[in-house]
Design a protein around this ligand. Sequence first.
Ligand code: ADP
Ligand code: MG
Length: 361
Amino acid sequence: MTAEFEFIERCFREPFSGLRAKHAGLLPVGIGDDCAALELPKGERLWVSTDTLVAGIHWFDGHRLDDVGFKALASNLSDLAAAGATPVAFTLNLAVPSTAFTQLPDLAQGLLEAATQYDCPLVGGDTTRMVTGGPLTLSITVFGRSSLAHIGFLRSSAQVGDGLWVSGLPGLARLGLLLEYQRRGQLSAVLPEAEHPLFNAFLSKVPGHITQTAHDRLHRPTPRLALGMALRGKAHACLDLSDGLSGDAQHIARQSQCQLILNQDALEALWSKALGLAHTDGLADIHGWWLQQVLIGGDDYELFFSAPETASMATLASEYDLTCVGEVVQGQGVLLHNPLTGLRPVQSQSYDHFQPWASTP
Ligand code: ADP
Ligand code: MG
C-alpha cells in the first residue's frame, strides 16, 4: 500500500467505519471506491453545503489540529442546522504541506469527535500534497436530509411582523478571539489600542466560567442542529451567525427586502444576565462598546431567524435558550433601537475575504 493509501486507511476509513456501518441503510457505499452513494428514503430532499478552511486564515497557524478538525465539521454542520436539515454524511478534501503530514491524525481525531457527537459519518474525499510553503487547506462538504415538505428557511423569506430570534449568547466567540489575541500579545491586531482599557474593564466583570465557555465556543462551536429541526414549519428566514450579527442580519434584510430592527436592550440584557449582573449595573460605560463587539463578532454559529409570533415559539424559546432580539418591519437595512436615543443604522462590519486588508485570525 502507498503511504497515501495507508494514511487514508489509518486516519479515515478505519476510524469512521463504525459510524458509517450504523447508517449503512442511508450510506450503502463509503470510503474505498470511486464514488460514495447516499440513499434517501422516498419523499426526502437532499441538502448540501460546503466550506473551505485555510491555515493562517481560518485558524492560527500552529493551533491544535484536533480543534481545527472539530471546528471544520461543526461549522459545516451549522449550515445544515440553519437549513433545518438532519446530517447524513460528509466528504473531506485535503491539500497537505509535507510539514503537516505528522499532525494529520490529530486533525482526523477532531473530525471524528465532531462526527460522532453529531452522528455524521465520513463517506469519502480526496487527499493531495500542497506546494512547498503552502498552507494546510481542507474543504468539507456536508449532506443533509429533510422531508420534501420542508423547503428550508430562505434568507428571502422574512416577513413584516416577524419577530427576530437568536439562540444562545452571541458575542461569546468574539470574547474568545479577543482573549486568544491578548494571550498571544497581539491584541492590537484586532482591537485599536484606544479600546484596550474598555476591554480590560469588561474583562474584570467576566467570571471564569464565561471565559472558558468563550474559549470553547471559538475552538469547538456547537452546531444548533436540534433547534434547526425544531424550527421546521415555524421559522421563516434563518441563518447561522458565522460572520457577525451586523453583517449576517443584512443578508436577510436585503434578500427579504425589509428592515430588521435589533433591540439594543435585549442584546445588552442577554450579556448582563450571562455575567450575573443586574441590567447594565456596573457595565454602563462599557456596554455600548461591548455591544459593538457582539455585532461584529463572527464564529458564534448560533441561529438567527425570523418567525411569526405564536404560542409554540414561547415553548421553543425556553427549550432552546432563545431570545427575541428584534422585529421585521417595512423598509430596508438593519437598525439598532435604543430606548433613549432611538434608531440608528447598524454598519455591516463582517469579515470580508475579498478586502485586501483582511487579516489573519
Ligand atoms: P480516486 O483517485 O479514484 O479519486 P482516491 O485515490 O482519491 O480515489 O481515493 C481513494 C478512496 O479514498 C476514495 O474512496 C476516496 O473517497 C477516499 N479518500 C481519499 N482521501 C480522503 C479523505 N481525505 N477523506 C476521506 N476519504 C478519502
Ligand atoms: Mg481522487
